[in-house]
Design a protein around this ligand. Sequence first.
Ligand SMILES: Nc1ncnc2c1ncn2[C@@H]1O[C@H](COP(=O)(O)OP(=O)(O)OP(=O)(O)O)[C@@H](O)[C@H]1O
Length: 696
Amino acid sequence: MSASTPVDEPVNDPVDGPAAPAGDPLARERSHLTASRAALRAMREDVEALDIRDVTANWVNAEVLQHQIEERIKALADLSDTPLFFGRLDYLHAPGAERAEGAQGERFYIGRRHVHDADGDPMVIDWRAPVSQPFYRASKKDPMDVGLRRRFGYTGGDLTAYEDEHLSDPAEAATTSKLLQQEIERPRVGPMRDIVATIQPEQDEIVRSGLSGSVCVQGGPGTGKTAVGLHRVAYLLYAHRERLARTGTLVVGPNRSFLHYIEQVLPALGELAVAQATVDDLVAHVEVRGTDDATAATVKGDARMAEVLRRALYSHVTMPTEPVVVVRGSRRWRVPAYELEELVEQLLDRDIRYGAAREALPQRIAHAVLVQMERAGEAPDDRVQDAVARNAAVKAAVKAVWPAVDPAKLVLRLLSDAEFLAEHAEGLLDEQEQKAILWAKPARSVKAAKWSAADTVLIDEAADLIRRTPSLGHVVLDEAQDLSPMQYRAVGRRCTTGSATVLGDLAQGTTPWATRSWEEALSHLGKPDAVVEELTAGFRVPTDVITYASRLLPHIAPGLTPVASIRENPGFFEVRRSSGPADVIAACRELLTREGSVGLIAADPRIPELTDALASAGLPHVAPGEETTESTRLTLVPASLAKGLEYDYVLLDEPQAVVDAEPDERTGLRRLYVTLTRAVSGLIITHAAPLPSQLT
Ligand SMILES: Nc1ncnc2c1ncn2[C@@H]1O[C@H](COP(=O)(O)OP(=O)(O)OP(=O)(O)O)[C@@H](O)[C@H]1O
């Protein structure tokens, strides 16, 4: 494989014009790039020139259409520093055609979006199209009818190199791609970027798995879980555009800074309409102003709470003791209590929400009245039934038997009223557990209550018992290992009729309720049939660093496969004794002499001291999620926010303090594992206190 390999004569080349220089392959490819850019510009100009004044009769339609046009123009932007295509496939036969002898092959350029020329012939094929798949999957063993796979190398926006693999040539040995390796090793600056040019076969299988099935990916730090999840959404939107445009897609991440870090990836792939949220955002029914201790939060997050809530809600339904008497004109119609009871029983037996049943009850009672009317020789129609359903006596009966319940008030009562809680938690939560979740001081109102994050999840569960939560078409759940069973339920109810991609690492679970097994988590999510895949090739962390961090694995997640780094660049790794903040600052300065981003990660309680030290040293820095610039490449990262992020160089301050900042040792070691695995090119550890024994 080499950039100087001559290009085969084009096999049925529909795209290169006769003007392309024949002898110089790189020049030919460059001229295809220039032509593709011109074609993309023409596509954009066509859209810009659209005049919608004549086609839309009203201004609402015009607004909608104009918005769509603007989105399309944005999607067709030619970003000068992102290559328009990054690969080429020369098929031996035209895809889909009979592979008869003499049948002509076909050539495709693979890029971020589809580009066609004035005749509608493709110049660049979207990486998600079926014909692009062999770019990611074909191998010497299974060439997938591909004669040549070519990868392109860019410097800025310029095409500067290419690399060929003759997949169907038995004489050519399989090698690893230099361009691929370079792309993987490229220094990180700014937010996360897409990996379309270098998706690996095992990643591609997950990216392209079907919309109907849910997938769960277990993978150690830096194995590309987040990248895979985001590319999967992009793929699904391509393959099922209409359906998902109707039902919606959502990416759920652990916190704002993480969402900020990943927010550019999908727009860069032309997908602008994917919602992003934290779990807290999804369940923001009330303002969060309180916190729970670990015990209370664990009980509140336990799946048994769902049953407690269900019981508490349905305790509001009482059996009627009085008949309903409806007066219409000179007549009185009486539905006896036993008949009302039957109606209530029927509704309780049906699998419908509390609120829906409450809305159905007046109609059922009215129907019973209508039956009596018919028996008496009257011929009432639907309007009469509606009128009876709205009758004051019927309304009063429904209010008594099946009262409206406010979800927040229901949770408020459970957490304030020991007797009410005891009644509905009986056989589910023991006395200690009940005590743990009861508020020390009962709240007077929903507004006055100091709700915690776990409480809002309970309110969400109650709200769903009353009214069904609308389901999206697909939900990607990242850093899933930290969710409580009740949080899994909250996410799951947002994809009941859709599917999910669950991404996580059991070894990085740092909540007291962290996921112990994916099977269990998936059942709480309502997707027990999801396939669990494992990724073990590491794209981020250099070998020496991941080997060091993996010393913790037997203590934090025995049985998990350690990550095998595929980075060739060994990076550097140093553990240093420090005698105070001055040494930390010196190490920061040292790392800042190198190219790329620098993260100073420290236990949360140490952040104020380090902030001061950085300020007095005159070293500017940003917080996680804030944009770094050429002059400010340093981010000060509290250990609790490090999850999911990465920096070229990491300075980890006081590992033992990271462990000590957590409520128990196992959680502390897991937090340490997260912080040790954020570096792409190098890690320095500074410590005054002894290192945790598990590392030495
Ligand atoms: N196929 C690939 N080609 C190039 N880079 C890749 C590839 N897969 C992943 N990466 C890069 O490796 C880094 C780690 O990926 P990512 O953040 O998705 O890993 P993760 O498994 O989610 O990690 P963590 O467990 O720490 O959250 C990212 O910079 C990502 O772009």
